[in-house]
Write a protein that binds this ligand. Structure first.
Ligand code: ATR
Length: 275
């Protein structure tokens, strides 16, 4: 029941209308009897939006494209990860102080750990955008990581985390795929399209293939990896685990990820029907 004590959480970004986060977090608030609601806000003017958050005492936010980096200058404090990565996807309002976190890296790590060992493995990350950066940073602390990116400069910039960064090419892809135990697609390739960043002939059975794209749920990469016999992990797990980390930061409750997955799948199905 919404009343005078209801806390407000939300998502800021542009666009936000297809986000699954409101469905997931509102279902969690209900499940755990937390008097709170979560709404999606399409934000153009970030400065004014953050002033609004402060003025209204909004309890917490997720931040998505295109604001994940620009938001840093408006916050009062940052977690170690958010500072290192230079990107924030979660804000907690602690008695008026807005503290920024990044749960993308830990979300990817937990999704991976659900299915496979990560420690000391050889991990190939494709993409050095917001998500690729966070994933490379977090995984670099416990595994060997190589990042390949279409724009070489962005891959090289990640070498400050102790990973190897190179340009994504046919040759580099073939070379590092034969080295890797786990490959992660952190590019947007395959989103809403039947394209894969990896030619099927380069996939082999003992490779773990994780795609952070979740629309479609089974991307071309995951379909071909499944056909080859790889262990596959879809992007909805990444969304769920990063969301679970945000929820924990806001409420202190460690949410049931199976329940979150069920809610997210339902929301994804109705989303598919509406667009
Ligand atoms: P996100 O926050 O989801 O990571 P992003 O920061 O815009 O989004 O990053 C998108 C990533 O997908 C980048 O690594 C991008 O490569 P560039 O840095 O060269 O732009 C990558 N990407 C997008 N389209 C791609 C394509 N067609 N081929 C290869 N990489 C692509």
């Amino acid at each position: 029941m919404i009343n005078a004590k209801t806390k407000l959480y939300g998502l800021i970004g542009k666009p936000v209308e297809h986000s699954l986060s409101p469905a997931i977090h509102n279902a969690l608030f209900k499940k755990y009897n937390i008097n709170a609601v979560y709404l999606a806000f399409e934000v153009n003017d970030l400065d004014s939006a953050v002033k609004g958050v402060r003025a209204l005492g909004i309890s917490g936010l997720n931040v998505t494209m295109p604001h994940k980096e620009q938001i840093l200058e408006f916050l009062d404090g940052l977690s170690e990860e958010a500072k290192a990565i230079g990107s924030v996807n979660t804000i907690v309002n602690r008695e008026g102080k807005l503290i920024g976190y990044n749960t993308d890296g830990i979300g990817a790590l937990k999704a991976l750990k659900r299915f496979t060992e990560v420690e000391n493995k050889n991990i190939l990350v494709l993409g050095a955008g917001g998500a690729g950066k966070a994933i490379a940073y977090t995984l670099s602390r416990l595994a060997k990581v190589v990042v390949l990116n279409r724009t070489e400069r962005k891959a090289k910039e990640l070498e400050k985390f102790g990973v190897k960064g190179e340009k994504l090419s046919k040759e580099s892809l073939e070379h590092y795929l034969s080295w890797a135990d786990i490959v992660i697609n952190a590019t947007s390739l395959g989103m809403n399209e039947d394209k894969s960043p990896i030619p099927k002939k380069l996939l082999r059975e003992n490779l773990v293939v994780f795609d952070i794209v979740y629309f479609p749920l089974e991307t071309k990469l995951l379909r071909e990896a499944r056909e080859v016999g790889c262990l596959t992990i879809d992007g909805l797990w990444m969304l769920i685990y990063q969301g679970a980390e945000s929820f924990k930061l806001w409420t202190g409750v460690k949410p049931d990820v199976e329940f979150m997955r069920k809610v997210a799948l339902e929301a994804l199905k109705s989303e598919r029907q509406s667009i």
